[in-house]
Write a protein that binds this ligand. Structure first.
Ligand SMILES: *Cc1c(COP(=O)(O)O)cnc(C)c1O
Length: 449
C-alpha cells in the first residue's frame, strides 16, 4: 500500500502498514501459546493468540514480525493510539518521581488534576466530583454503592444485553450467561432487568421502548424502591445496540422525576469514541453519575466515577477507595491521553472514521444480504450477521468473518448476546489508508461467506 501520510501516522513510532511475513499466528506465537497453556489459566481466553512485540498508532507487530491492522484498540482502550507519544512521555516522566504512595495515605496532585479534568469534560455543567478506581467493574460497583447510600434505596435497574463487568456485583448486572456468569453464582440481589430499546429487533421508537421499560419498573419494583437505573448509552459487549432516539432522554427524565440516580456506564463509549466526548452528549442527556475507564488513560489501568457533587459527597469518609485507585502513573497517562484527544480533535477523528466506514459497510450489507444491520456511532461501528432473508442471528457467519480477518492480518472483535456481531473499535488516530485497507479485508471476508 502507499505510505500513510496523515499526521497521526507521522507521530506513531512504527510503519503504519499491514505486513504479513508468516501465517497468523506465526511459529513464534504458536510456540509461546504452548508455553502459555502450561502456565496461564484456561479461563483466560485470547481472541487472536499472536503475541505482541510492539504496537503504535493503528498497528500491532507480533513476535513473528507480522504487522496487523488494529481495529479493536484492545477493546476501545488505545483510542489515542498505542504507545501514544504524549502518554509515553508522561509515564516516563512520572515514574522517575514515585510509583505509588496510595492516595488514601499520602495524596498527590495528579489524582486531583484528573478529577478536575473529568468534572470538566463529562456531560452537564452542574457541580461534580470524582473518585478514581482501577477497572471498569470497580467503577460500576462504586457507582451502585454511591447511589444506594445517597438514596437509601436498594433496587438497581439494568437492561437486556447489558455488560457491566465480571466481579460479583457486576456479573449480576451483566446479562449474558456464557461466558460471563455461567456457574459463578450466587449473584448479588436487588438487580432487575428490563427490556432494552433495540430498534432492529423490537421495532419500537424511543418513546415506546422507554414507556415499556418504565411501566415494568413501576409494576415490578415500584419507583420508590429504585436507587439507580444503570445503562450503557450504546451497548458494548451486548452488540453495539444503539437505543432509538428518545429512549435515553425519557429514562433520564423519569429518573429525575422519581428521585432515582441515572448512571451512564460510558466505559466503552466514552472519550471521543462515538464522535462526541461522551455518548450521552448526542442527545444532551446529563447522567447523575457516569462511569469511565477503557479509553481514559491510553492503555494504563484507570477508572472513575464522576457525578453530582451532592451524590458523590453523600458517602462517609473512607467509604470509597482502594489501594491502587488513581495510581500516579495512570493519572499522568490519563492527563496526557485527554490532552491528546483535545489537541488532535479526536471527536472529529471518530466522526471521520464513521464517514469512511459506514457507507462501505452499508454497501456491503446491500451487496451480500448477510448483514441485517450496520449500527453504532463514530468509531464504534458494528455489523450484525443474519441468515439470508431473515433476522435470525448468524453467529457462525460472524465467527468465520472474524477468523478470515485475523488470518489476513486485521484484528477485529465479535460481540452480541447472540455472538453474531462484528464490532470495529479502531484507534481514533488510525490513518485513512490503513482503515480503508482493514475494511477491504473485512469486505472480502464477508463476500467469502
Ligand atoms: C469493559 C466494560 C466494563 C468492565 O470494565 P473492566 O475494566 O473490564 O472491569 C464495564 N462496562 C462496560 C460498558 C464495559 O465496556
Amino acid at each position: 500500500m502507499a505510505p500513510d501520510t496523515t499526521a497521526a501516522a507521522a507521530t506513531a513510532g512504527l510503519p503504519q502498514e499491514r505486513r504479513l511475513v508468516t501465517a497468523v499466528p506465526g511459529p513464534r506465537s504458536a510456540a509461546l501459546h504452548e508455553r502459555r497453556r502450561g502456565a496461564v489459566s484456561d479461563g483466560v481466553a485470547s481472541t487472536l493468540p499472536v503475541y505482541v512485540a510492539d504496537a503504535a498508532g493503528g498497528v500491532i507487530v507480533d513476535i513473528d514480525g507480522n504487522s496487523l491492522i488494529d481495529l479493536g484498540s484492545g477493546i476501545a482502550v488505545a483510542s489515542v493510539g498505542n504507545a501514544a507519544p504524549r502518554v509515553v512521555d508522561a509515564v516516563q516522566e512520572a515514574i522517575t518521581h514515585f510509583t505509588h504512595t496510595c492516595f488514601m495515605v499520602t495524596p498527590y496532585e495528579g489524582y486531583v488534576a484528573v478529577a478536575e479534568k473529568l468534572n470538566e469534560v463529562t456531560p452537564g455543567s452542574h457541580a461534580k466530583k470524582t473518585a478514581l478506581f482501577n477497572s471498569g467493574s470497580e467503577a460500576v460497583e462504586n457507582a451502585v454503592k454511591i447511589a444506594r447510600l445517597a438514596t437509601g434505596r436498594t433496587a438497581v435497574v439494568v437492561f437486556d444485553h447489558a455488560y457491566h463487568g465480571r466481579t460479583n456485583l457486576t456479573m449480576a448486572l451483566t446479562a449474558k450467561a456464557m461466558p460471563y456468569k455461567a456457574g459463578f453464582g450466587p449473584f448479588a440481589g436487588e438487580i432487575y432487568r428490563m427490556p432494552m430499546s433495540y430498534p432492529f429487533r423490537d421495532g419500537l421508537d424511543g418513546k415506546e421502548a422507554a414507556a415499556r421499560a418504565i411501566s415494568q419498573i413501576q409494576t415490578q419494583i415500584g419507583a420508590g424502591n429504585v436507587a439507580a437505573v444503570l445503562i450503557e448509552p450504546i451497548q458494548g459487549e451486548g452488540g453495539f445496540v444503539v437505543p432509538a432516539d428518545g429512549f435515553l432522554p425519557a429514562l433520564s427524565e423519569w429518573c429525575t422525576a422519581n428521585g432515582v440516580v441515572f448512571i451512564a456506564d460510558e466505559i466503552q463509549t466514552g472519550f471521543c469514541r462515538t464522535g462526541d466526548w461522551f455518548a450521552c452528549d448526542h442527545e444532551g442527556v446529563v447522567p447523575d453519575l457516569i462511569t469511565t475507564a477503557k479509553g481514559i488513560a491510553g492503555g494504563m489501568p484507570l477508572a472513575a466515577v464522576t457525578g453530582r457533587a451532592e451524590l458523590m459527597d453523600a458517602v462517609h469518609a473512607g467509604g470509597l477507595g482502594g489501594t491502587y485507585g488513581g495510581n500516579p502513573i495512570a493519572c499522568a497517562a490519563a492527563l496526557a491521553a485527554i490532552e491528546t484527544m483535545e489537541a488532535e480533535d479526536l471527536v472529529g477523528a471518530a466522526r471521520g472514521i464513521e464517514a469512511i466506514a459506514r457507507p462501505r459497510l452499508e454497501a456491503l450489507a446491500a451487496e451480500t444480504g448477510r448483514i441485517g444491520e450496520v449500527r453504532g456511532r463514530g468509531a464504534m461501528i458494528a455489523v450484525e450477521f443474519v441468515a439470508r432473508g431473515t433476522t435470525d442471528p448468524d453467529a457462525a457467519a460472524a465467527g468465520a468473518v472474524a477468523r478470515a480477518c485475523h488470518a489476513a492480518g486485521v484484528v477485529v472483535l465479535t460481540c452480541g448476546s447472540y455472538g453474531n456481531v462484528i464490532r470495529l473499535l479502531p484507534p481514533l488516530v488510525i490513518g485513512d489508508a490503513l482503515l480503508s485497507e482493514g475494511l477491504d479485508v473485512l469486505a472480502d471476508a464477508v463476500r467469502g461467506l
